[in-house]
Design a protein. Structure first.
Length: 98
């Protein structure tokens, strides 16, 4: 029987699995950050008492946090696409972050 030697290099499948795991971890972290930003936005809006984003009195902090949240949602969607490219069977729907 021939001996099999492990060269120490990862196969393409192992690399893909590692990349998928890293992306899933990143998505989970970003989704948690999005939830925190939603809470912070809500808190600031309630504190000021202005709910209409078109109102000049709408808090600048809420605007800034909203822009950050929206950018993170785009990042989560892009990571979701990358994850599906690595593993089309990925069942987690990362494109619908909080």
């Amino acid at each position: 029987m021939a001996e099999l030697h492990h060269s120490g290099t990862a196969t393409a499948q192992e690399t893909a699995l590692r990349q998928a795991a890293v992306i899933q971890g990143m998505v989970a972290d970003l989704e948690r950050t999005i939830r925190i930003l939603n809470i912070d936005i809500s808190t600031e809006v309630k504190r000021v008492g202005v709910l209409d984003k078109a109102d000049p009195a709408y808090p600048i902090l809420a605007r800034t946090l909203g822009a950050r949240r929206d950018n993170l949602k785009l990042t989560v969607a892009a990571l979701g696409e990358r994850l599906r490219a690595i593993d089309p069977r990925a069942t987690q729907d990362v494109a619908t972050a909080a």
